[in-house]
Design a protein around this ligand. Structure first.
Ligand SMILES: [Zn+2]
Length: 71
């Protein structure tokens, strides 16, 4: 199924995002990976079995909670 060497990680693997991109749609904000995972620009994911992974962007979070007063 996967023609790549080394093989891409399967969709249920922790490093699933390391799979090769087989169809990129940057204008729509998503990419299809070789293992069937749809990876969105906000780091959210849609797995082949329909499971949704919430965005988990590691950077860019403000140093204070949203809405908290800034002193
Ligand atoms: Zn592959």
């Amino acid at each position: 199924m996967c023609p790549h060497l080394p093989p891409c990680p399967p969709s249920h693997a922790y490093d699933r995002e390391a799979a090769r991109v087989v169809a990129a749609h940057p204008e729509q904000g998503w990419s299809l990976l070789c293992n069937g995972v749809v990876l969105f620009d906000d780091t959210g994911e849609l797995l082949p079995d329909g499971e949704v992974i919430a965005p988990h962007r590691p950077v860019g979070a403000p140093p204070w909670p949203a809405g908290a007063p800034r002193r």
